[in-house]
Design a protein around this ligand. Sequence first.
Ligand code: PMT
Length: 400
Amino acid sequence: MLTGKKILLGLTGGIAAYKGAEICRLLVRGEALVKVVMTKNACAFITPLTMQTLSGSRVYTETFSPENYQIDHVSLARWAQALVVAPATANIIGKMAHGIADDLLTTLFLARGRMPVLLAPAMNSEMFRDKIFQDNLTALKKRGIYTADPGSGQLACGSSGEGRMAEPREVLDALAGLLQERQDFTGLKVLVTAGPTREPLDPVRYFSNRSSGKMGFALARAARDRGARVHLIAGPTSLTVPDGIQYQEVMTAAQMYEAVLGEAPEMHVVIKAAAVADYRPLEQAGDKIKKDSASLTVTLAKNPDILKTLGERKGPGQILVGFAAETRDLLENAAHKLARKNLDVIAANDVSRPDIGFEGDQNALTLLFAGGGREDIPPGSKDQVAHRLLDAVLRIKNRP
Ligand code: PMT
């Protein structure tokens, strides 16, 4: 599973460093390409020479190396497909959780971009149970960092309990799992909508909203990567159109209505992440409106509700996913939309929070399912959130 995969293996200072060496050996035996980064404390437990011999490659220990003109923390982060830190001490987890970058490993962690990171914590059980440590670990998990959770057993300090690093095989299984290219949407046609709509007032002005399209584009990419045939219908955005999908740009809610209802009958899954304007100016001026009067009254007309119409025309077996962007009474409003629009699931999105929702790269959702049931998708990148939403769609699809 790991053949040809480019893996960065980080070692920190703990007795379980010997398991890090075993992980390196197994990775190389599985024909992964491995580069090792060691903290100063890791070098107290195991030598860089050992890791160099096992990995067959230079070992990185310093942030700045005079013989190398490349900036290692950036070039390593760009090179790798995943970073595994095994063992991961309480210290490194604390630093990662708080964005401290004071050595090569913590610096390249900050430069990781979209690279998945897997931590294998290892420490004494008192340290493992400590509230500060647990808060740090939870903060990282909320940011989408994966963990190979430690087990219970004999510890180096002589006691027995939680905190014993996961076995090398377990770490490799977790790594293979997160790198696996899932093809679980193969054979499915998925329609995604994204972005805002623009409702013209005159030739140069329009009503719109803050949607960047990022959430919908992330859903389209995730469905494509999992094997779906994806049709993306988006309002105006400044995003790069993903490869390998059918893309259609629209401007107004009326155009989105036509485009979506034209495609929907063919689709197994429809996901409406677009922020469609509920109203449009009743009349559109042919020329730019002049500022002759002290005030201007604009009459708005209601736009068609695309999602509601989809719910009324839902085909057999078709799965309809709506979003509910709310600034108050999130779950009550979302539950109401779920029922009123005949959806299978609605993604309640708290857009009053500055850290998630519109425009940014992060989101968090609460899914409410038709017939009851709820799932919280914790804060993470829009890509991660998209995959979690697709997992839920697939569970509905595969229901007996
Ligand atoms: O684009 P980003 O910057 O990444 O931000 C993401 C997001 C916040 C826009 C997205 O996560 C989100 O919440 N999208 C739904 C926004 C919205 O319009 O919510 P709503 O509660 O007003 O609408 C409910 C549902 O009905 C939505 O699925 C919407 O697409 C749909 N709708 C609404 C009005 C309308 N006339 N037709 C519709 O189909």
